[in-house]
Design a protein around this ligand. Structure first.
Ligand code: URA
Length: 241
């Protein structure tokens, strides 16, 4: 059971004070009856709530897939830069979602946003070995020795030894390469630092897969959509025994 004003304010119907006044005005019904007490305890999964004659669609969690654009940071608040939360519609922002893991400011691609703390926690824990696949452009020629080094576990500049990573070469020329790399961790600047360790530089980075999800290519950079039930289930399956 939860307080009516809390449920409605979490769904974006206004502050608790505003809800108190719309309830007082007789605009809210529970199971067909006008109620006057905004602090009343209700079960939002069972009771039917209407506001202004419209039924309230209740849900606690939201799950979004974004194609993160460049120059937007994966944080919830920042004094200088635009955040991924700044570019979502207020009807989603009221749920207070947060990004699952981080993408650098200049990295684009698949970012999940949710207010489901438990799922977020599991998805970023290395314990569950969730694969993240990145497409990257590299400044130099990538070869067999790099594939082997990634397989063995790259040692980063701070001495940290990465878990084995799969490197797939799409194009390798003296002037530069295109690759896909699969990692299961999410250390700070991990992919860029892995390539630095083998003497190369990442010049473009895009996340194309996150666990069971592929980036929806119909999403332009900066666009997002809700995950389907099937996609949400697949995420839960990826992080449960
Ligand atoms: N690795 C990086 O270096 N940057 C990212 O944004 C993600 C992974």
């Amino acid at each position: 059971m939860e307080r009516l004003d809390k449920v409605l304010s979490n769904l974006g119907y206004g502050s608790r004070k505003e809800i108190k006044s719309i309830v007082k005005a007789g605009l809210v019904t529970i199971d067909g009856k006008i109620i006057k007490d905004s602090s009343m305890q209700i079960d939002p999964n069972k009771n039917i709530i209407t506001v202004n004659g419209e039924e309230v669609f209740y849900r606690k969690f939201i799950y979004l897939m974004m194609n993160k654009p460049q120059d937007v940071i994966s944080a919830t608040f920042d004094n200088y830069d635009t955040t991924v939360i700044d570019i979502i519609d207020p009807s989603y922002a009221v749920f207070e979602p947060f990004p699952v893991g981080r993408l650098d400011k200049d990295t684009v691609g698949l970012l999940i946003l949710t207010n489901d703390g438990e799922l977020n926690h599991r998805l970023i824990s290395p314990k569950w070995h969730v694969d993240k696949v990145y497409y990257a452009k590299i400044d130099k020629k990538i070869g067999e020795s790099d594939i082997k080094a990634f397989e063995k576990g790259i040692v980063l500049d701070d001495g940290y030894k990465c878990m084995p990573a799969k490197l797939n070469i799409l194009k390798a020329e003296d002037t530069g390469s295109e690759i896909e790399v699969t990692i299961q961790e999410g250390k700070f600047h991990q992919v860029k630092r892995m390539f630095e360790s083998v003497g190369k530089k990442v010049i473009y980075l895009k996340r194309i897969e996150f666990g069971p999800l592929d980036l929806d290519e119909s999403l332009e950079e900066g666009e997002y959509r809700e995950l389907s039930e099937i996609e949400i289930d697949s995420l839960f399956k990826a992080v449960s025994k």
